[in-house]
Design a protein around this ligand. Sequence first.
Ligand SMILES: Nc1ncnc2c1ncn2[C@@H]1O[C@H](COP(=O)(O)OP(=O)(O)OP(=O)(O)O)[C@@H](O)[C@H]1O
Ligand SMILES: [Mg+2]
Length: 311
Amino acid sequence: MTEILLSATGLTKTFGDFTAVDGIDVQVTKGESFGFLGPNGAGKSSTMKMVAATSPPSGGELRIFGLDPVTDGAAVRARLGSVPQQDNLDEEITVEENLHVYGRYFGLPRKVIRERTEELLDFAQLTGRRKDMVEPLSGGMKRRLTIARSLINNPEVLLLDEPTTGLDPQARHVLWDRLFRLKRRGVTLIVTTHYMEEAEQLCDRLVVMDHGRIVAEGSPRELIREHATREVLELRLQLEEPADHTTAAHLVEGIGSHVEALPDRLLLYTDQGDDALDAVLARDLHPISSIVRRSTLEDVFLHLTGRTLVD
Ligand SMILES: Nc1ncnc2c1ncn2[C@@H]1O[C@H](COP(=O)(O)OP(=O)(O)OP(=O)(O)O)[C@@H](O)[C@H]1O
Ligand SMILES: [Mg+2]
C-alpha cells in the first residue's frame, strides 16, 4: 500500500500579476525521497512554503497528510519538519536552547525535549558546541543545527529547501549522510536543489521545474535515459574571434545524436564518446580540450530548456 503524503493538483502561486508557480501536479508517497530541481527563480521555494503550510496557495488543490494546509495549518505543521532556504536560527541563544525553544513551540513535554535534544545534538555532531552561541558557528554547523531543529517534533515528512547551498564539498557530504540516515528511518524527504549532483544523490524521483512549471518527471536515471545519451563529449575548439561556440555547432553536425552549444564549449551527445572524438579529429578540427563523461541531470535540463542549471 502506497500512502500519498503530498498531493498537489494545478497548484499555483501568484504575487500580484506575476505567476511564480504555474499549475503544478505532484504526488509524493510515504518513504520517498522527492526532489524539485530547477534554476534560480523556478518557483521551488514558493512551492515549498505552500507545502510547509506557511504560504497559502493562490489556486489549485493541495493536500498534505490528506489535510488542507490552509484550514488545518497547525495540524500539518505538527507533522512536518521544515528547513527553509535561509537559516532562521536564533543567533543570540545557544545551540541547545535553539532546540528547546522549538520543542516548546510544538508543546512537547520537557522530558521529551531533553531526550530529543541529546539525540539531535549527536545527529548534528554539535554535542561539543551545545553551550555555544549560534552566531559564531560555521555555515555548515548552522545548517546542521537548522536540520536538527526541524526534527524536534519527530516529523513524518522533512522539507529541505536547498539544504547544502553555500557549503563546501565536505560539509555537503556530511549533510547528505545525515539525510540518508533519516531516509533509512522512514522519514519522507522533499528536497529542492539546483545542484544536479545533490538531486542524483538524494532523490528517488524528481521533477524538473522551470518558470513555475514542471518540464519533466522521473527518477534521475529515467530522466537521463529519456532526455540524454549515455555519454557526452565536451569540446573546446580554437575559434577565430569574435565567434564563440554558440555558432560552431555546424562544425560537428552529424556526429552523435545531438549537439548543445554553450558559449565556451560544444556538448556532443552520444553513446560512444571516444568514437565521437575520433570523428571530430577526422574532420581536422583541433580541439583545445576534449573530455568524455557520463550524462547527468544537468544535460537533461540543458536539453529541455536550452539553458544551464547553475550559471
Ligand atoms: N514574496 C514574493 N513577492 C514577489 N515575488 C516573489 C515572492 N517570492 C518569490 N517571488 C518570485 O517568484 C519567483 C520564484 O521564486 P522562488 O523563490 O520560488 O524561486 P526558487 O526556485 O526558489 O529560486 P532560487 O533557486 O533562487 O531559490 C521569482 O521570480 C521570485 O522573484
Ligand atoms: Mg529558493
